[in-house]
Design a protein around this ligand. Structure first.
Ligand SMILES: O=C(O)CCC(=O)C(=O)O
Ligand SMILES: [Fe+2]
Length: 298
C-alpha cells in the first residue's frame, strides 16, 4: 500500500498562508481528524488505513512505518480522573498562574513543557535534547502502572519499561520536530502515547535522505538540529528555514488530532524515517498531559 502523490501547487498555497513564517499543518500533506471514532475530512492523499477490532485503526505510512490509533482507548471518566491525579501529583510548575516557586522552576526548565520520567529500576540513563531526567519509580505514581497494563492489553506483543510524561500547560507549550531514535531504544522502537485533556495536533513528516546519510540512515534528533534542518527544542528556527523546510517536506506530511483518552502507537521504522511534533497552537487554551511508553533495551 502506497501514499498517493500530492498536487504540485502546494508550495504556492503554503507560501500565501504562512503566518509569521510558521506553516499551518493543515496547509500541507494530509490531515486526519477523528471524531467519535470516525474519520472526518480525510483527503485522497491520506495514508491507507485499516479498521481493526476494538475501534483500533492501523495507518500505513509506507516502507515499514505504521501507526495504530485508538480514539477511545480510555473511558472519558477514567481519563479525567487520571488527568486530575497527574496534574496534581507530577512535579513541575503546573499552570502558569501557580506559585512563585513554580515560576522559578519553569524558568529553570530547558524544555518548553513540563516533563516527568518513570522507569524500571536499573535501566541505562536517558538523555535527550541535552537533558538528563531523574527516573522516578512506578511505585511513586501507582495509577500509571494500571495504565501501562491497559496499554499492553491494547497492544498485544508490545513491551514497555519506561514512561516519559509531558504536560503542555497551554498552546505555547510544544514539542519540536524530532524522532525518538535514541540508541537506548534500539533500531525500531515502538512508542505508545496516551493523551489526556486538551486536544492537540500531532504532526508527522518524512525525514529527508541526505548525501551524508544515504536512505535508511537518517538524521536523528541531535544531528538534525545541529545541521539546522530540523527545529531544535532549544534554539530558534528562522523564517526562511521554516519556509524552505515546510516546502521541502510538503510531500510527506500528515497530521492527526489527538483526542482526550486516545492511544497512538508509532511502530516499525517510524522513528528512523519520520519526525513528529506537537506544534504551538494559540487556540489550545488548556492543559494536555501526554504519556509516552517506551522500551529501553537492556
Ligand atoms: O505529546 C505528544 O503527543 C508527543 C510527545 C513526544 O513526542 C515525546 O515525548 O517524545
Ligand atoms: Fe516523541
Amino acid at each position: 500500500m502506497q501514499l498517493k502523490s500530492q498536487p504540485g501547487n502546494r508550495g504556492n498555497i503554503l507560501r500565501k498562508r504562512l503566518k509569521n513564517g510558521i506553516p499551518d499543518a493543515r496547509d500541507c500533506g494530509s490531515h486526519w481528524e477523528t471524531l467519535g471514532g470516525r474519520t472526518r475530512g480525510q483527503t485522497n492523499d491520506s495514508p491507507p488505513h485499516q479498521d481493526l477490532k476494538g475501534g483500533k485503526r492501523a495507518i500505513d505510512l509506507g516502507e515499514g512505518s505504521e501507526l495504530i490509533y485508538v480514539p477511545r482507548f480510555l473511558p472519558q471518566h477514567r481519563s479525567w480522573t487520571l488527568f486530575d491525579y497527574l496534574n496534581r501529583e507530577i512535579p513541575g510548575p503546573g499552570p502558569p498562574s501557580a506559585s512563585l516557586a513554580g515560576l522559578a522552576s519553569r524558568l529553570a526548565s530547558p524544555l518548553p513543557r513540563d516533563t516527568c520520567y518513570i522507569a524500571d529500576q536499573g535501566l541505562p540513563e536517558l538523555q535527550y535534547s541535552g537533558y538528563k531526567p531523574t527516573a522516578h519509580s512506578w511505585g511513586d505514581y501507582p495509577p500509571l502502572k494500571d495504565i501501562l497494563e491497559a496499554v499492553l492489553e491494547a497492544l498485544p506483543g508490545s513491551s514497555f519499561n519506561s514512561l516519559l510524561l509531558n504536560r503542555y500547560k497551554g498552546g505555547s507549550d510544544y514539542v519540536a520536530w524530532h524522532s525518538d531514535d535514541e540508541k537506548l531504544y534500539g533500531p525500531a522502537p515502538e512508542i505508545a502515547s496516551v493523551s489526556l485533556g486538551c486536544e492537540r495536533d500531532f504532526l508527522l513528516r518524512k525525514k529527508k535522505p541526505t548525501r551524508a546519510a544515504p536512505y535508511g540512515k537518517h538524521l536523528g534528533r541531535k544531528k538534525a538540529s545541529q545541521l539546522g534542518t530540523c527545529n531544535s527544542e532549544l534554539s530558534f528556527h528562522t523564517k526562511s528555514m521554516a519556509l524552505e523546510t515546510a516546502q521541502e517536506n510538503c510531500l510527506d506530511q500528515h497530521s492527526l488530532v489527538l483526542k482526550h483518552g486516545s492511544l497512538l502507537a508509532m511502530r516499525g521504522f517510524t522513528q528512523r524515517d519520520w519526525l513528529h511534533s506537537i506544534p504551538k497552537r494559540a487556540k489550545a487554551g488548556s492543559i494536555r498531559i501526554n504519556l509516552t511508553f517506551r522500551q529501553v533495551q537492556i
